[in-house]
Design a protein around this ligand. Structure first.
Ligand SMILES: C[S@@+](CC[C@H](N)C(=O)[O-])C[C@H]1O[C@@H](n2cnc3c(N)ncnc32)[C@H](O)[C@@H]1O
Length: 419
C-alpha cells in the first residue's frame, strides 16, 4: 500500500506533522581535513543539536527549517543532505525493501521526479549496486513517488525533462542502510556565471583558507590583503564575502543556481524568502582592508575581474597582470602604510597552473623573501618548500584532500628581521 495520503490537504497535514514539526538528521559533507570548520558553521545554525564529526562530513540534528539558513550560510561544506532513512536493517534485499517501503517518501519528494540514485556499499552482504538502486526505486514507487526511469533503466511514468531532478544517496555499511536526499546541490557554487580556469579552486576550499587565515578574526584583522597568484579570483571573493558578512548562498534559487530541495512538497518558499531577508546579506564592509590581486596570465585576470564584479566587488579590487617575481611585498605594505598585511594565495605547484618564469618552489621562496612583516595563508601542498626562507615561521599546517588530491593549508608569518 502506498503511503501517500489520498488528498493534497491530507498530505499537507502529514508534511506538517512529520516533516515540519519533526527533527531530522542532516549531513554536511566536506573535504577531509576541513571537518572542524564545518562543525563550527553547523553549530551556528539555529536549533542544531548532536553535532558529530565524521571523516569528510559533519552529522547533526535539526528541524527541517534549518535547511534555509544552512543553504545560505554554509561556506565550507560541499553538500547538505537530509536523512530520510537512517541505519535500517539491510541484510538481504527483501529485508531492505521491507524497511524502505515504510518510509513516507511522498512527504519529501516531488512526484514524478527524475531521481538519480548514488549507491555505496561497504562491509556488507548487499554489494550489487544495481540491485540496491532497483530496491530503492521499487520502494519509492510503493511509497507513491514516481522516480522516473533513472540509470537502472526501469519503467517510470515521469516525463523526463519536466520532472524535477532529485538526488538520493543510498549507503549500506555493516548491513545497515541509510538514504539521504541532497538538499542544495553543489554548495561550492556561489554564482551562476563564474568564469573559471583549469586551476580554479573551489569556493569551499577558498572559504576554509580565509577562515584559517583569520581574515575575520578581530585579533588579526588584516588592513591589506594580497593575492599575487589570483587566478579567477576565488580567494579574494571569499575573503570579501567573509569581511562583509555576505551569505554564501545569496544567489541560490535562481535558474542558474537551482536548489534541488525547493522541488520538495515540504519546501516553504515564504520561509526561504524570510531566511534570505534575515541571513542573506551582503552587509557593508566596515573597516575595509586594501585588496590587491594579480596574476601573470591575462586570461586569469579577466576571469577574476568578471567574477569579482559579478559578486559586487568591482569597486573594492581590480586584478592586474603582473608576474609575482616583480613584486616586493615589503615595499607594497610600506607604500600603503599597512600594519597587518596578509598574503592569501594559492601559488602554482602542479602542471596545470604552469608556474611562469621560475619553478614553483623558487617563485614562492622569492616572494616570501620580500614579505617581512606579513602574515601568510597559502594553499600549497609542500610545506618543505618554505624551509630555510629567512624569517618564515609556519604556525599551522593542515592537510586536506580536495578532488581526491592531497593539498595543505599553510598559515604563518614572515618575521621582520630588521627590528
Ligand atoms: C593554482 S592557480 C591559482 C588559482 C586561483 N586560486 C583560482 O581559484 O582561480 C596559480 C595561478 O598562478 C599563476 N601564475 C603562474 N606563474 C605565475 C607568476 N610567475 N606570477 C604570477 N602568477 C603566476 C597562474 O596563471 C595561475 O592562475
Amino acid at each position: 500500500m502506498p503511503h501517500a495520503p489520498p488528498t493534497p490537504a491530507a498530505r499537507l497535514r502529514a508534511i506538517k506533522r512529520h516533516v515540519w514539526l519533526g527533527r531530522h538528521g542532516f549531513l554536511a559533507t566536506c573535504a577531509p581535513g576541513l571537518e572542524s570548520l564545518v562543525a563550527e558553521e553547523v553549530t551556528r545554525l539555529p536549533e542544531v543539536i548532536a553535532v558529530e564529526t565524521r571523516t569528510g562530513a559533519v552529522a547533526f540534528e535539526a528541524p527541517f527549517d534549518a535547511v534555509y539558513p544552512a543553504l545560505l550560510r554554509l561556506r565550507v561544506a560541499e553538500s547538505l543532505r537530509v536523512f530520510l532513512v537512517q541505519g535500517v536493517a539491510a541484510g538481504s534485499f527483501p529485508m531492505l525493501f521491507d524497511q524502505l517501503q515504510r518510509v513516507r517518501w511522498a512527504l519529501w519528494l516531488p512526484t514524478p521526479c527524475d531521481a538519480t540514485v548514488r549507491v555505496r556499499s561497504s562491509k556488507s552482504r548487499l554489494r550489487d549496486d544495481a540491485g540496491l538502486e532497483r530496491t530503492l526505486r521499487r520502494a519509492l514507487r510503493a511509497g507513491g513517488v514516481d522516480p522516473g526511469a533513472g540509470e537502472a533503466g526501469e519503467a517510470g511514468g515521469g516525463e523526463i525533462g519536466v520532472a524535477p531532478p532529485v538526488t538520493l544517496h543510498l549507503h549500506v555499511h555493516h548491513d545497515r542502510a541509510s538514504v539521504t536526499l541532497d538538499a542544495g546541490g553543489a554548495l561550492h557554487r556561489r554564482q551562476g556565471d563564474k568564469w573559471v580556469s583549469p586551476t580554479t579552486i573551489r569556493e569551499t576550499t577558498a572559504a576554509a583558507l580565509v577562515r584559517l587565515a583569520g581574515v575575520n578574526d578581530p585579533a588579526n584583522e588584516p588592513d591589506l590583503l594580497c593575492d599575487p597568484f589570483c587566478g579567477s579570483g576565488t580567494l579574494l571573493a571569499e575573503a570579501l564575502d567573509a569581511l562583509s558578512g555576505a551569505a554564501a548562498g545569496r544567489a541560490r534559487g535562481s535558474e542558474a543556481l537551482a536548489i534541488p530541495v525547493a522541488a520538495s512538497p515540504a519546501w516553504k518558499p515564504e520561509r526561504w524568502a524570510h531566511a534570505r531577508r534575515l541571513h542573506g546579506g551582503p552587509g557593508a564592509l566596515a573597516e575595509a582592508p586594501i585588496v590587491l590581486a594579480s596574476d601573470a596570465d591575462p586570461s586569469a585576470v579577466r576571469a577574476a575581474n568578471h567574477n569579482l564584479e559579478t559578486l559586487g566587488y568591482a569597486d573594492r579590487v581590480r586584478a592586474e597582470v603582473a608576474p609575482a617575481q616583480s613584486l616586493d611585498l615589503g615595499a607594497i605594505a610600506a607604500d600603503r602604510a599597512a600594519r597587518r598585511p596578509l598574503l592569501i594565495t594559492n601559488p602554482p605547484y602542479g602542471r596545470l597552473a604552469g608556474a611562469r618564469g621560475a619553478a614553483p618552489r623558487e617563485l614562492l621562496r622569492t616572494l616570501l623573501g620580500t614579505a617581512a612583516g606579513w602574515r601568510f595563508a597559502l594553499l600549497y601542498p609542500r610545506p618543505s618548500d618554505l624551509e630555510g626562507v629567512p624569517g618564515v615561521e609556519l604556525l599551522e599546517v593542515r592537510t586536506i584532500v580536495t578532488g581526491g588530491l592531497r593539498n595543505a593549508v599553510l598559515v604563518g608569518r614572515v618575521n621582520d628581521r630588521g627590528r
